[in-house]
Design a binder for this molecule. Structure first.
Ligand SMILES: *Cc1c(COP(=O)(O)O)cnc(C)c1O
Length: 400
């Protein structure tokens, strides 16, 4: 079927020939990020048909970000990834408008080195190293994958150092790295600003309190805003980030609807029923755990979020007695009548996770029924013992 956007009363996914999915994976760019909160949807649709002076809208957004994060100022970008590039560009150019136009390659005379602990050189779908280079920065990798000491960072700082980048995420190596307060102390002793990628972190204040000069969040993850990034921190650096709109930021510009939407999502976050949401998520986890406990070769554990967000997930360990590998069971779930997409980034270790953050009413029960029917069936699918493989074939064939 060919997609058509012609007028019709059909729901949009049907109209566009997109299948429904149940997202127990998390807030994933590839699955459409998060469920946008009603307050943000309302603000986006209200502003869509209005003209506004964009610098003023950005000023209002700065006020909201400053209030929520405790920062001096804030700036909305197209995404956290672009917020990382633009705030690093800010550290490189300051408010020099000619330098801003000269990025990313004409950087003679500017400090361009950006220090990153090797265990923080992650991919979140794009590589953080490229986000640095896009800004005209040069990555200086500090330490080793399994251990970083104070001198690895301190001795990497020199008169070409523009900034240091710190990543808070389950994607990073979770041991042996410097803590943020240690990292900040080393960098600030030599006047190097610290930029923190906190894309998926719920805590809007602690990293700034720990001394970060800039913290960057995703607007479309836990906040349930439209696709955006939120840059919060020192006013001079936030201003220089804003000024990148006259340079490399132009190709990553954010529209009025996204700014208004993320402002509304931030304000809604203040009033959200966090305890009620936690209870509903816990109920889903308990339901799944109780269902899975009866099956041979399956062990289900409720585990806390690795970076201490107020969020638990279910770790589903799949042993051969179940007749499945973790990858095989995940693949079978993804073939359900409504495909169920699990969090499978560690599937080669024999487990996947179920994330309860993005469920619509009734979906937790659908997941339970599907587990039940797969695990209690006499037959196993042909690929039940699937060994995970890295394949880029599908993406290379796009749009076919
Ligand atoms: C999701 C994520 C990003 C990218 O965020 P976008 O807003 O989608 O660009 C960057 N860093 C980390 C650690 C992430 O988890």
């Amino acid at each position: 079927m060919v997609a058509t956007t012609k007028g019709s009363e059909q729901p949009i996914r049907e109209r566009l020939n997109l299948r429904p999915i149940i997202n127990v994976s998390g807030t994933m760019t590839a699955l459409g990020a998060s469920i946008i909160v009603p307050e943000a949807i309302k603000a986006m649709s209200e502003i869509a048909s209005q003209f506004v002076e964009m610098d003023d809208l950005h000023r209002r957004a700065s006020e909201v970000i400053a209030r929520l994060t405790g920062s001096e100022a804030g700036f909305v970008t197209a995404s956290c990834a672009s917020g990382i590039s633009l705030s690093l560009a800010a550290a490189i150019t300051g408010d020099n408008l000619l330098a801003i136009e000269n990025l990313p390659d004409r950087t003679e005379g500017l400090k361009t080195e950006v220090i990153v602990q090797i265990g923080h050189m992650v991919s979140f779908g794009g590589n953080i190293d490229q986000a640095v280079r896009l800004a005209g920065g040069k990555v200086i990798a500090a330490g080793t994958v399994s251990a970083v000491n104070d001198y690895h960072v301190a001795d990497a700082i020199n008169d070409r150092t523009a900034a240091a980048l710190y990543v808070v995420s389950h994607h990073t190596v979770q041991y042996g790295m410097l803590s943020l307060p240690e990292f900040v102390a080393i960098c600030h002793a030599k006047n190097v600003p610290v930029i923190v990628d906190a894309a998926s972190e719920y805590d809007l204040r602690t990293f700034l309190q720990q001394g970060a000069d800039i913290v960057v969040y995703s607007g479309h993850k836990f906040l349930g805003g439209p696709t955006t990034g939120i840059v919060a921190g020192r006013k001079d650096l936030v201003r220089a980030t804003f000024l990148q709109n006259r340079g490399i930021g132009r190709g990553m510009k954010v529209g009025k609807e996204s700014i208004a939407g993320v402002m509304a999502a931030l304000e809604a976050w203040e009033h959200r029923d966090h305890d009620g949401i936690r209870r509903r998520e816990r109920a889903a986890l308990d339901l799944w755990k109780n269902t899975l406990e009866g099956f041979a070769g399956i062990e289900a554990l409720i585990v806390p979020d690795p970076t201490n967000n107020p969020l638990d997930r279910l770790e589903v360990n799949v042993r051969p007695e179940s007749g499945f590998t973790a990858a095989g069971l995940a693949a079978a779930l993804a073939r359900a009548q409504i495909p169920i997409i699990v969090r499978n980034h560690e599937v080669e270790r024999g487990h996947f996770f179920l994330d309860p953050c993005n469920l619509h009413p009734g979906e937790a029960e659908t997941v339970t029924r599907e587990f039940h029917s797969l695990l209690s069936a006499k037959e196993r699918p042909a690929d039940a013992m699937l060994v995970p493989q890295k394949s880029t074939r599908n993406v290379r064939n796009w749009p076919d």
